[in-house]
Design a protein around this ligand. Sequence first.
Ligand SMILES: [Zn+2]
Length: 596
Amino acid sequence: MHRPHIRTVAVAVAVATAATGLAGTALALPGAGPDSAAAATSAAAPVVQAARAAAFAHASQTGVGQGDDLRAQDVMLDPEGARHVRFIRTHQGMPVLGGDLVVHLDHGLAYTGVTRAAGHDVEPATTKAKLTPEQAAAKAASVAKGDAGTAHLVVDARGGASALAYQVQVTGSATTESGGSRTVVVDALTGKVRSNTPDSDEFLSPKLIEALRERGETLDPATDNAPLPSGLTAAGSTAVTYPRTVTGSGSSLFVGTVSLTTTQTARTSFLLKDATRYGTETRDAKNKLLENFSKGTKITSTTNKWGNGSVSSRTSAAVDAQYGITKTLDFYKKTFGRKGIANNSKGAQAMVHFGNKIANAFWDPTCNCMLYGDGDGTMFKKPLVALDVTGHELTHGVVEATAKLEPTYVDANGNQFGEPGSLNESLADIFGSNVEFYANNPKNPPNYLIGEKLGLAQKFLRRLDHPSLDKLEGTIDYWSASTYYTEVHAGSGVSSHAYYLLAEGSGKKTIGGVAYNSPTYGGLSVKGIGRAKATAIFYRALTRYMVSTTDFHDARVATLKAAKDLYGASSTEYKTVDRAWAAVNVTAANTPADRH
Ligand SMILES: [Zn+2]
């Protein structure tokens, strides 16, 4: 939020090179900045060149044409030989919203196909605006109720047609709970507002908060108050140089006593910063709506013991935050070789005690940080720092750095709608659950439930095995023609359910002490292939075969391609992917006519 953030023009090249492992993306090189720099210095250069040339040479398939310019955002070299380059597009120098595409090449750099966000030609009818930038900025400021930045011309190729438009970032938006920023796109010919989207991802949607208010539900999560074991602090010793990396002990709100990698800056001075995870650090926003991480107050200790397991210490919430973020980073690195949220070897920062009585948590891609509110003291009584909240929100950061799935529509309250947005929420839940499985903390037993630590009356916020057991957001189990117009958290059930069925299969089972009974469309029975393989397939699909407009039927195709890459087209894994989607009513036969 807060600082200029234009999703579609951010360029960070992350190069993934050949690797072993299920997902095949280990050994990523650090992001090397703009594509030209990466091209000059890495093995990716010939791949990017070949992919760009192929995009123009196969214009009828890729939709890339005259006046278009492609900048590489991601280069993936699969161990099986395939190469994939994710491009963002400009047209006559203007960013193209919804113009993203992934070009696929074989081992010999020959073109094998494309995954593209816009199915149509992105060239607008005219490149001459009728509105001035000032008029567009004024319009944006009035709809988002805040301070408009400079209006920039873009091509808006979302929604099945192209138009010349202005993109404006509006900060201090009174229409956003946290006073954050919004990106407003205004038609440059008619002045119509084409979209008005909050820049940061909120864990709890405005619709859900309203539902809880209507029910008069108050949430007081049970936190853990395990005492600190003694003797876990780093021993002071002679002849050491500072700063140095040490191991401390944190007493959290939700995950018990945990080990934290911290920085010792002097003999009795420690900082909640982890040099082994790209300098990931948690700070205190001191209950302000802080503009950026550098203004946060550093969290220090004289003992290397952090927090006291209760909100009476401001540091306890910071322990949960730092633990959750480092476990999320470790999950992505150990499982997929992903180095940091954007795969650019940068840490993910956090600020706890964000704002005054904010009952939400946010991923802010501009500041590259998590912002955690303390709860509003009435409905939500504790800071929103639970592990799966962090795993969910940071996965939005991963999606932002890869497929950039976008909602198709955002209402005036900030509720988002549409299948690509639903898929984004679903992936955040899927990988958020996987962070719990990875951390495997007995105080926070892993499961396929989301938000089970929030203290909700229904015991969870969402669940992957049988999404419609959620009565708060009205999450759905199966796809139907109306899913395209469903609120994104409610819609997330379709692919979350498909993922669960792929991993664990249909019917009754108890996993880690939790009883599941996953239903299927038409009573189809599905035998799961296991969580590790299901997760590998979804991750590969996200990074290789999804773009900003991917809907559930596209996601089916993307996961089938991923399964084919990893296990072969005649494998049980491939067939189970097909069956899992059929079990949520997503099939080749009921694919809607192209909406893009
Ligand atoms: Zn979300």
